[in-house]
Design a protein around this ligand. Sequence first.
Ligand code: HEC
Ligand code: HEC
Length: 305
Amino acid sequence: MARGSFVRWVIRALLVVVVLVAVACVIVFVASGRMLSARVEVPVAVAPVVLPEPDDTEALERGRYLVDHAFNCRICHAEDFGGRAEIDNAAMGRLWGPNLTTGEGSVTRDYTPADWARAIRHGLAPDGRRLILMPSEDYFAFSDEDIGAVVAYIRSMPPVDRPHPGLTVGPVARLLLVAGQISFAFDKIDHAAARTPATPGPTLEWGRVLGTTCIGCHGPGLSGGTIPGGDPSWPPAANLTRHETGLAAWTESDFVRAMREGRRPDGTAIRPPMPWQAYAGLTDDDLQALWLFLQDAAPKPHGGR
Ligand code: HEC
Ligand code: HEC
């Protein structure tokens, strides 16, 4: 081949690659745009949250307890609930947990009890848009009263003026969305599942409810592994089943120490994103319920999810 025609061949091949990449980008952008703007409906009647009486201080305290020690709402909606970016970079975009107070920039000021239930338990904005990053699957199993207590507590926060800077979903997040590597909570929830009203206490029944908050990271089978949509720097979630690669050798007091002090029986530290500092404030009864829940899970090798 003459030198000139070889160069022309290389240029043509490069052009084809550039065009293919551009077409792939457009496809990902259009497909993810459709997913992000689609409007859907909860396939069952939405049970509104049950708000306590305004002077019910016990319910407010229950709401605070759940928010701070089990639900971690503040990680994404800010300490003062005025909103913050949980993720903000060029690849993933600006995933903004919006202002839930009644101040300037509030998205929940005109919410009805059914709107709260739709967002927190079903993963939908009032207009039917599927919420991204918001882990509604963690909250689905909780009672109308518990979620009502959480809402009342959030409503009792002083108004914060913080406008919404706009949610942007970056190219890598769009690619992960189209590839099914990250998904909307709405699509993971069995909306018709019966919500067995469990009374909080040191029981397996309550552990099954409280333990749904562990599943996003540790997997539906609790055997851990790579956290879907997680930061690449995070360690894989640990195996919490009674398998030898999990907690087979652990006693209940080993578990309580891990949750309260962030240390394994051999003394090594449990690393982020495991939010043990939040769990450290769980009551003895709630830790016992979680232990019964873990003991009840079928043993599985690490990473089987
Ligand atoms: C892992 C981060 C994260 C956690 C934890 C989290 N949220 Fe969210 N939440 C978000 C993000 C991000 C959005 C906005 C998503 C969007 O607009 O697509 C959101 C949206 C919402 C909305 C809907 C607002 C609207 O646009 O109408 C409500 C209500 C809400 N969250 C309440 C809560 C409550 C209550 C908790 C705790 C029980 C909680 N969130 C925990 C990230 C989180
Ligand atoms: C945001 C993600 C996340 C959530 C939510 C979470 N964990 Fe973890 N957890 C992890 C990660 C990651 C590790 C491994 C940390 C390490 O390797 O240092 C871990 C480790 C642990 C360990 C230590 C086990 C071992 O052998 O190292 C226990 C016990 C544990 N988690 C229990 C729980 C329980 C119970 C819940 C729910 C109440 C829960 N976790 C919720 C991410 C999470």
